[in-house]
Design a binder for this molecule. Structure first.
Ligand code: HEC
Ligand code: HEC
Length: 336
């Protein structure tokens, strides 16, 4: 009897598992050391048509007030969907924003979005961009009206969401999410080494050791972010209050979300305001530029002076290791 019950539950269990997989069929198979997606894929199953629709919307300046700025203006594929040109992003009428555009990869695994974690669901990110006067300066309702008047979008939405007769904001957001969720970075040299398909050079291997000792507590594998908020010593006065803008707590002044280091070699400039133009400048900041303030991360206060001491050779090794995090398959994938 016990065995019989066991067999039934096993059967139920395995068939459930299979359904889940079928539903999210287009979402890539993940390496075993990856976490499960945070995004509820079962609430927005990715289909081929939905993904392509999302991609076209992502690249369409129709989403902005003067039809001049698409998501892809600030999130450029060749550089892991970040902005290679501007420290602070540039919106309609060349209006300058207040922060550096982050790369859009591995969004499926993120709990909180934006440098200050002010958005807690991927579907709620685009309204921020679309309605921000410094970005796309448009109203969601107006974008939806433009889409409903368009020659091909209504038919394409109907195909992806057959139960809906008109395009609505939630459908626009679901389609955009389907595209962004597919941008999974998991095929860098680092991944191939972890999967036993490649080997680090001696320099890269030394860099990996240094990274594990000095950086991994915040930039944690395999996403290379622990998704927490820290002050890494950039300033003593905070023009941008960071996490404190959301929590309104003085304990969070100058704290920002730990960015992923995946693809970091190609995503310059760096930090929430794009103040460093290359990785040497970033490493020199940790080595010699960290400024003390009340909210400075404890990890950066353990030595004789604030920061993380790095020798010239450690810096070179670290850069060699960080270079193994570039996912050339992602940025050259014709589907994107
Ligand atoms: C004018 C430039 C610009 C445009 C256009 C733009 N973004 Fe962004 N994006 C940014 C900036 C800057 C941030 C960081 C904002 C912050 O932290 O306050 C960001 C953040 C994001 C994030 C969060 C990433 C993370 O790691 O937390 C996502 C996702 C995103 N944008 C998607 C989109 C989508 C989808 C569109 C189109 C609807 C879009 N963006 C349009 C500049 C832009
Ligand atoms: C205490 C946590 C912490 C530690 C330890 C730490 N970082 Fe960071 N790192 C951060 C935070 C937070 C940011 C974003 C700060 C900002 O923009 O205001 C950041 C930003 C960066 C950036 C910029 C990324 C981008 O996309 O703009 C790089 C590169 C970086 N760190 C590399 C390293 C390296 C290499 C080490 C080890 C030598 C290290 N970090 C150690 C928390 C940390």
């Amino acid at each position: 009897m016990r065995l019989y019950l066991f067999a039934i539950s096993l059967l139920l269990f395995t068939s459930c598992g299979k359904d889940d997989k079928d539903e999210a069929s287009l979402f890539p198979k993940l390496p075993d050391y990856f976490p499960s997606p945070v995004y509820p894929l079962n609430e927005n199953p990715i289909t081929q048509d939905g993904f392509v629709l999302g991609k076209d919307l992502f690249n369409d300046p129709l989403l902005s007030s003067d039809n001049s700025v698409a998501c892809s203006n600030c999130h450029v594929k060749a550089v892991a969907f970040t902005d290679p040109q501007h420290a602070l992003s540039l919106g309609v009428n060349e209006r300058s924003g207040i922060r550096n555009a982050p790369p859009i990869v591995n969004m499926a695994f993120m709990k909180e979005f934006m440098w200050d974690g002010g958005v807690v669901h991927l579907d709620f990110v685009p309204p921020n961009a679309i309605e921000n006067p410094l970005e796309m300066d448009e109203k969601m309702a107006h974008v939806v009206a433009k889409l409903n008047r368009h020659s091909s979008y209504p038919g394409r939405f109907k195909k992806v969401f057959p139960t809906m007769d008109t395009i609505t904001s939630p459908l626009l957001l679901k389609a955009l999410a389907q595209f962004q969720l597919m941008l999974v970075s998991q095929a860098s040299k680092y991944d191939k080494v972890r999967q036993g398909k490649s080997e680090f050079t001696a320099t890269e291997a030394r860099g990996y050791e240094t990274y594990k000792q000095k950086c991994a507590s915040c930039h944690t594998e395999p996403l290379f972010s622990n998704q927490q908020f820290f002050n890494n010593g950039l300033d003593t006065q905070f023009a941008d209050e960071g996490r404190a803008r959301i929590t309104e707590s003085a304990l969070d002044l100058g704290k920002f979300k730990v960015p992923s280091l995946r693809n970091v070699v190609i995503t310059a400039p760096y930090m929430h305001d794009g103040r460093f133009k290359d990785l040497n400048a970033v490493l020199e900041h940790y080595n010699n530029g960290v400024k003390y303030s009340a909210t400075l991360a404890a990890q950066l206060q353990s030595g004789a002076k604030p920061g993380i001491a790095l020798s010239v050779s450690e810096k070179a090794d670290l850069i060699a290791f960080l270079s193994t995090l570039t996912d050339y398959e992602l940025i050259s994938d014709p589907r994107f």
